[in-house]
Design a protein around this ligand. Sequence first.
Ligand code: MLT
Length: 410
Amino acid sequence: MYINENFLKLPGSYLFAEISKRESAYRQAHPDKKVISLGIGDVTRPLAPAVTEAMHRAIEEMASEATMRGYAPYAGYDFLIDAIVKNDFLAHDIQFSANEIFVSDGSKSDTGNIGDMLSESNRIAVTDPVYPVYVDTNAMSGRAGNYDNEAALWNKIVYLPATSENGFVPDLPSKAVDVVYLCYPNNPTGTTLTKEQLKVWVDYALKNKVLIMFDAAYEAFITEENVPHSIYEIEGAKKLSIEFRSFSKTAGFTGVRCGYTVIPNELEGFDKIGNNHSLNKLWYRRQSTKFNGTAYIVQRGAEAVFSTEGKKQIKETITYYLENAQIIKNSLEATGMQVYGGVNAPYIWAKTPAGLSSWEFFDKLLNEAQVVATPGAGFGKSGEGYIRFTAFGKRTDTLEAVERIKRLKL
Ligand code: MLT
């Protein structure tokens, strides 16, 4: 038996596994200290009552012979797909048919698995810093090449730096690429692109036949006008982009697991001799082979996110997290740190003080303030010198964490 040796090229552990290891070690060594985690973007507010009520009703259905359900449809139940098409797209003048939506167990799986459809020869571009799943999964499939530990770069990946120097607006790739991953509002920087800035990407992709993987997991946090909620708000985007949406951050589903992926019918890829093929059909083939559908109970819960009550309750939760973001942003600014994001996103991205590296500042926060954050360098080379805080904590914890940080000598 031979293994996929690409796995051996992966450096260290998955970022959040590494952070959790360090946090646990600290907790074990200091059982008397209260550690506050503002590291991984995991939610803390309970599910909306509209969601849990719908799930309770679904459980009752599953308990009766007359109404129980077995395998769910591979791409999702019509009731949820219809609610998605109507609320997330039609309400914004974007038309989709039901077969263009694929419900799943979340965007981490979808953004990780989507590469199954892509040839190993594709040249991949990512913004830097970046959600590590895009890079690590391409590395597992051999598309990233080899990792240079010293440089903290994969030799086949094209990195597009997004730093304070360019206002977190990455330049278009200067080399030819086939696939670009964009996440807006951005994880980890919490920054956004305007419609005009996103249009530059769509026009570039149309001209160069590049596929855009657009991760819109944080769109529910957009508060400003002129920030696109979907790439399909830009004309022509259906020809070249796949969009990922998640209920995790929108509706607190990190522990429930539900998301969906949009693959427009008109989106095509090419084989070696230049024939066109529908990515929608390939993805259906992939999902029906490797995935047995999202649980009925979960999909009923997700459907309730779009009910009148559900929308109201979810908005309250998002407002709560955005207030946390404001608290973190203001408090860090009060210490003199340079702070970004947090207005249209649940992440606050800050420059580390006193020239500390990301991991040095991570250690300082953990050891001296018992606060866990995420070191920017974990998201890529251009994240070095930054640190990320999540706004998904409990209010009391968030307030206590920022008070502790303010007391640090920075
Ligand atoms: C994060 O902290 O970046 C996210 O929680 C990761 C994820 O959604 O998988």
